[in-house]
Design a binder for this molecule. Sequence first.
Ligand code: HEC
Ligand code: HEC
Length: 295
Amino acid sequence: MPCQRQHSEPFVTITACAGVKATLAVAWFVWPQMLPGLQNERYLENHMKISSLATAALAFICLCLFQQAVADDPERAAAELEKAIHLKTDLENGRKVYLLCSVCHQPEGWGTVDGEYPQIAGQHTSVSIKQLADIRARNRDNPTMFPFTLVDHLTLQQLADASAYAAQLPMNPENATGAGDDLEHGKKLYEDNCAHCHGEEGEGVAEEHMPLIQGQQYRYLVRQFEWIRDGKRRNANPDMVEQIKNFTARDVSAVMDYVSRLRPPKKRLAEPGWRNPDFPDYWRIHFPPESSGHH
Ligand code: HEC
Ligand code: HEC
């Protein structure tokens, strides 16, 4: 089986597996259209039938491959967290694993202005481990990242090492913030409802895997908050859900604008325009170089 864990470099495994699967899928749907001699309707009709069958089969095969993680499994996530949190982490190995993460999270781990990708630089190792364990046990939905977190690709050690690597990256000095027109209201809401868990400055609490949220991309914050409030993020903290259930749209944008402007300590921030020297050959294609600006 081509997709068993046998490479020490997870990147190789991922690209090989994802690449082969994607190519097969695309080829199957596209090839008749590409062969001029085969474009008669009868053929296409038959091909469509076979395609549907093949899609079902492909889905089934994927399901088998991903079996170990298909059931929602908060207990497994909790057990993994407990184990991974006590592992001794290795930054050099973390850097290697992070190569895979950098495909989406960028070498700097700074997140994107549109909020699609969160900043993970500077996040407590324990928090990232918990998120990864939750995502792969499907206790937190993240369809984009899910396949990359599977046991086939990431051992617990690799998961912990990548989290530790991200934790020590200097943070984004120019994350996106909100409109800035309701900050008094945001500050009050934050102090009354959030600071006792996330800290006065949004710095989080490593030992309690309480997320650091200061300086996070505004739109990401809003999305997570709404998902937590509306029960879409299953790993949410029930006390937080209770605390925020009556937040209006105005409250949400005000408090998140305030959070996005909470500054990490200066020594944790990178210089504007900093590029991670660990990945000198990274090919930047689809992200604008600047990650600043308002929403
Ligand atoms: C295919 C793209 C992709 C890859 C590869 C990927 N991620 Fe992610 N990751 C995402 C997206 C998208 C989110 C945000 C999901 C959401 O909105 O809930 C995310 C969220 C996260 C979070 C949660 C952040 C938070 O604040 O709660 C962590 C931690 C994380 N990723 C770490 C990693 C690590 C470590 C790797 C490498 C092992 C990795 N990711 C690989 C796309 C990716
Ligand atoms: C009772 C404690 C508690 C309170 C109160 C609370 N939170 Fe949280 N919050 C948490 C915990 C714990 C998590 C992480 C849950 C998990 O494991 O994914 C979290 C997650 C989040 C996240 C997602 C972080 C990420 O990186 O994905 C955001 C954003 C957030 N909280 C903002 C807030 C804001 C703003 C308030 C106040 C309006 C608030 N929280 C109140 C405990 C709390």
